[in-house]
Design a protein around this ligand. Structure first.
Ligand code: DX5
Ligand code: ZN
Length: 214
């Protein structure tokens, strides 16, 4: 059984907010999820890679690219030294090319799908991926409600490839965190489920406790 990881998501517009949010969780987790939006693939714009040259952390850093021009953003985040690059199957024009580009740099690569997108969009790539990110909200904003219909998708994905890392992102709180892990996910992303609480350490511990299956 894989260790279940709780990963804070940071969705911000400025580098000051980014550093502030990072500082608040850095002592309590191993990995951080940075949300990047271009106002084209999703109707919102976040901090851009050009603003992040001073961004440093000892945590494993993954970037969740919710953008139309994947090639451009992948290059920039590889340059910034990100450990894992997540691209959306819906916007990626040449998935094998992106997978190869990231792997050639010795980094990890993942594909993500939105709630309406079927597993058929990614099934041919499962053997080449380090992870799949199942979105449990339509991406764009934090603080949206978890879509329980993705639980079945997680179960199916798990049955297609037992040892695949499955991450879930969107509306995760104490309660549904357990449901996604029961369905087969082993990496759980949360923004408002952590940052809406005064005590971030306690919020992370509560999520961790919630995903212990006995
Ligand atoms: C959604 C982003 C998520 C988001 C999660 O577009 O990809 O990572 O920040 O926020 P919560 O956990 O509040 O739904
Ligand atoms: Zn995300």
């Amino acid at each position: 059984m894989k260790v279940i990881e709780i990963v804070p998501a940071i969705l911000v517009k400025t580098v000051d907010e980014l550093n502030q949010r990072l500082k608040e969780v850095e002592p309590y987790v191993k990995r951080i999820h940075i949300d990047i939006m271009d106002d084209i693939f999703v109707p919102n714009k976040t901090i851009q890679p050009e603003d992040m040259s001073d961004f440093k952390t000892k945590l494993m850093k993954e970037v969740h690219l919710m953008v139309e021009d994947n090639e451009k953003y992948v290059d920039k985040f590889l340059k910034l030294g990100f450990d894992m690059i997540i691209v959306h199957a819906e916007s990626c024009k040449d998935i094998p090319r992106i997978i190869k580009k990231v792997k050639d740099r010795g980094k990890k690569v993942a594909l993500s799908i939105n709630p309406p997108t079927p597993l058929s969009a990614i099934k041919n790539y499962l053997d080449d991926l380090d992870m799949v990110l199942i979105m449990s909200v339509n991406p764009g904003f934090s603080g949206q409600s978890f879509d329980p219909s993705v639980l079945q998708k997680i179960r199916e994905l798990k049955s297609m490839k037992k040892d695949l890392d499955i991450e879930v992102d969107g509306g995760i709180k104490v309660g549904n965190a357990r449901l996604v892990v029961e369905a087969g996910a082993n990496i759980v992303v949360s923004c408002s489920g952590i940052y809406n609480f005064e005590d971030k350490k306690k919020a992370i511990e509560a999520l961790r406790k919630n995903v212990i299956l006995t």
